[in-house]
Design a protein around this ligand. Structure first.
Ligand SMILES: Cc1cc2nc3c(=O)[nH]c(=O)nc-3n(C[C@H](O)[C@H](O)[C@H](O)COP(=O)(O)O)c2cc1C
Length: 275
């Protein structure tokens, strides 16, 4: 997949493209939409987000309108002047298969399809899907056969399985890419109140860098989207150096969308210099 510049707005923080009112779409290579599940989800009760010294913690819980309503939004999404990556998830192995079948007639609307196997904020599905390794292996093959022509990306976290082991199986099953990494389970005290959620932001960067490094070394041909604590151009360069094919930004959008635009502009400058 050609992503030019190699900058992607990550699933969740990127919403459904609302940021393009603040960021020039020409400096963004692709947008990964919020994860969609078979049925609508209202997500978890507040508080849903808090900020610590080097991190954001969220427990949104995959709030989304469900796949039927999502497919009704495609005309609006087509208006966004960037590549679109759909993100799909489920509460069970069975739901991953169902959503893949429902989306199949619409795949031409998407430049790639990412499957979220790593959300830490839902009781069923998300991260726990990979806990049933046999079931996960089965669904990887099933999804590949249903969406036979799509560019398929798996979003992996660092919990539940070694990402190298998971990537080996994805490569053998004909998947095209991995997004590394998702948020990591954390606990944050807000006064006396405990918030259990997924950590994102600068705290993730060294972990995500190592993940990209290991996977690229072992599987040089897989397309890697880096995700974890990319907040400036220096961060982006480090991820490119360890082998990322595209740079993903998530929480940095909340901090300052202008920084994200600047990363995109600098990546474009590098591309033009090398042309
Ligand atoms: C508020 C919030 C919501 C998120 N929702 C999703 C989601 O729906 N699907 C998904 O795959 N990842 C989701 N993520 C994870 C991000 O896509 C990203 O992988 C993670 O935040 C690490 O990148 P960052 O440090 O740049 O934020 C979410 C993250 C945050 C902070």
């Amino acid at each position: 997949m050609l992503v030019k510049p190699p900058l992607i707005l990550l699933s969740g923080p990127a919403g459904f493209g609302e940021w393009f009112e603040l960021i020039n779409p020409s400096v963004i290579g692709a947008l990964t939409l919020k994860t969609i599940t078979l049925n609508p989800k209202s997500g978890n009760k507040p508080p849903r987000m808090a900020e610590g010294r080097d991190y954001v913690i969220n427990r949104i819980g995959l709030e989304n309108p469900g796949v039927t309503k999502f497919l009704g939004m495609l005309d609006d999404l087509r208006r966004l002047k960037t590549k679109i990556i759909a993100s799909l998830g489920g509460d069970s192995i069975d739901e991953y298969e169902k959503i893949a079948k429902i989306v199949k007639p619409y795949v031409k609307n998407f430049d790639a399809i990412e499957f979220n196997f790593s959300c830490p904020n839902v009781e069923k599905g998300g991260l726990s899907i990979i806990g049933d390794l046999e079931g996960w292996r089965r669904i990887i093959k099933t999804i590949r056969s249903i969406l036979s022509d799509s560019f398929l990306i798996a979003k992996l976290g660092i919990e539940g399985i070694f990402i190298e082991e998971a990537t080996k199986f994805l490569v053998e099953s004909g998947w095209n890419g991995v997004t590394l990494i998702n948020t990591v389970r954390g606990l944050h005290f807000d006064g006396d109140k405990m918030i259990l959620g997924g950590l994102s932001g600068p705290i993730l960067k060294p972990i995500a860098l190592r993940a990209v490094y290991e996977v690229k070394n072992k599987f040089p041909d897989i397309f890697i989207i880096a995700s974890g604590g990319i907040y400036n151009f220096e961060d982006a360069k480090e991820f490119l150096r360890v082998g990322a094919n595209a740079i993903g930004v998530g929480s940095a959008l909340f901090k300052d969308p202008e920084i994200v635009e600047e990363i995109g502009k600098k990546l474009l400058e590098v591309i033009h210099k090398n042309d």
